[in-house]
Design a protein around this ligand. Sequence first.
Ligand code: PLP
Length: 389
Amino acid sequence: MQSFQPPRRILMGPGPSDVSPRVLSALARPTIGHLDPEFQNLMEEIKGALARLFNAPDHACVPLPAPGTAGMEAAIMNLLEPGDRAVIAINGAFGGRMADMADRAGAEVVTLDFEWGKPVDPAVVEEALKAAPAKVFAFVHAETSTGVRSDAATLCGLARKYGALSIVDCVTSLGGITVDVAAWDADAVYSGTQKCLSAPPGLSPIALSKRAQAAITGRKTKVRNWLCDFNLLMSYWGGDGGRTYHHTAPINALYGLHESLVALFEEGQQAVLVRHARTHEALAAGIEAMGLSFLVAEKDRLPQLNTVIVPDGVDEAAVRSFVLAKWDLEIGAGLGPLKGKVWRIGLMGASATPWHVRVCLNALADALDAQGFKADRKAALAAADAKLA
Ligand SMILES: *Cc1c(COP(=O)(O)O)cnc(C)c1O
């Protein structure tokens, strides 16, 4: 065997995003014991920083030791017991994953299907919640498979109105668009580290309301999976001085998350959101000046995930291979019904910079040219620069 030396890449897909050198170097700091008092201080700081980032001062906030899907699974498995009614909105790949998990939890699952590329329609949700009491209503705030933002405040408000606990997937939204758990009065909100937080994958920050915690302690049956059973987990992350062994925290991964949070607050939460919005506007202007168009209506677009329609006569996969080979640039493919029809271009975290926008427009123009599609590179770069000025 030999040491693995990854190629240098520019990550502009649906995640992971580029990880900054300061986060990479934090990951390489010496490993200490997970029950070391210094490590426990780090855990407390991470809990506090996540509560600040989610704006969830009254929620229990911890990073689960596995990627975003673990947060999803923890929320579903902790809040649902066999026979509970769960209403789940599906407007892309991740809503479907939640429904599958709820089914495995033994819940009576009601799915609400929406067209891929459209937000969750609150009127349809209200109808379903009104029809019969539901224990849980779950939806995805930022659908990474389509690039669509749904109205989390309104949807969480409906859950409250009809007495359901809300589960909100904020894997791609946290750090890219406003996530305001307190204002939404949301119950279980989870995210991931490799999207807009620009830390490596492998951790899932989660926030649980008092109502959600009471539902978990009041369960009639044990949570079916052990690792993310909140009743057990909180004895480890709880912070009331009595920490006991539960699992071994991914120590160095938590150094990385901590550093990415330090960087985020140094820049400023609002400044980070503005940077995502501005780079998106520049990329969108460039994409359109090039003669390409977006899948999603402007008002519903996520700045951090841009879904661009593949023009007629252009080979979707060949463009991705071209930009990877010639520019070391990774962009994403379409999923499900959008396979072969769109590219997904991420502007997440450390990948949301003017430089990334310019690289991406140049690379795309080259790739399209190679296929005989005349993309106006000059116009694209000028349109992007006009937004960045
Ligand atoms: C990426 C993503 C997930 C899954 O996260 P992993 O870290 O890949 O497990 C879940 N939901 C959404 C909306 C995502 O974008």
